[in-house]
Design a protein around this ligand. Structure first.
Ligand code: PGA
Length: 249
């Protein structure tokens, strides 16, 4: 399966940061990657980032969208607007959106539908908290999130799933390779139950403290088809080091 390495800049980056996208493009021009590379900058930078990335292998995505295409929703951005600005994908249901904006699975499902309507790939995030893992509930929590946040109308083709244990995000902690393998196998089984053979083609990313130092090991785990990378995606040098470490990229 073609790998996807996606960078999530979160609420980081001013126009000066566009240089990182240019640097990434230059770095990848020497040896073009055999997988997909995506950067999701803040919405303010999407249009310029798309311009900066033009003609190279780096695609640009958003970090969230509203379920509706337009309307009286002050401060919100629709999937169509992201697409119009040059995005080809959007991260949805990130744990920081679930936590700080109270996003529920049903809202996230509506956003996944919106992404599809606008022709964007939805990168749907799921993952358990530290307490849930300690209680042995990681797998059922992730299964329930997936069940409730993948809308009925979606095709496997439009979807990427990112497994991000909340306790691993921005903490420098990662699950053991075995734990990642188990969870990704669980997610794979759920996706094939839901989508049949197409479920085997859905990319399952791992996210949470992926760095140049651990990328090779994590990306070699069965059913890990890429990574969603926060902190280490903001600097082109770190992101390039992760891309170089990825087996088969
Ligand atoms: P991190 O973030 O790589 O900084 O841990 C990952 C994410 O939140 O997607």
């Amino acid at each position: 399966m073609r790998m996807l390495l996606a960078g999530n800049w979160k609420m980081n980056g001013l126009r000066a940061s566009l240089g990182e996208i240019r640097a990434l493009k230059r770095g990848l021009a020497e040896t073009p990657p055999r997988g997909d590379i995506l950067i999701c900058p803040p919405a303010t930078l999407i249009a310029e980032a798309a311009k900066a990335a033009e003609g190279g292998p780096v695609a640009i995505g958003g970090q969230d969208c509203h379920p509706l295409p337009s309307g009286a929703f002050t401060g919100d951005i629709s999937a169509e607007m992201l697409r119009d600005a040059g995005a080809t994908a959007v991260i949805l249901g990130h744990s920081e959106r679930r936590l700080y904006h109270g996003e529920t699975d049903s809202l996230i499902a509506a956003k996944v539908k919106a992404a599809r309507r606008a022709g964007l790939t939805a990168i749907l995030c799921v993952g358990e908290s530290q307490a849930q893992r300690e209680q042995g509930r990681a797998a059922p929590v992730v299964a329930a999130q997936l069940e409730a946040s993948v809308p009925a109308e979606i095709a496997a083709f439009d979807l990427v799933v990112a497994y991000e244990p909340i306790w691993a995000i921005g903490t420098g902690k990662t699950p053991r390779a075995m734990e990642i393998a188990q969870m990704h196998e669980t997610v794979r089984a759920l996706l094939t139950t839901r989508f049949g053979a197409d479920g085997a083609e859905i990319r399952i990313l791992y996210g949470g403290s992926v760095k140049p130092e651990n990328a090779a090991e994590i990306l070699a785990v069965p059913n890990v088809d890429g990574a969603l990378i926060g902190g280490a995606s903001v600097k082109a040098a770190d992101f390039l080091a992760i891309i170089r470490a990825a087996p088969g990229l």
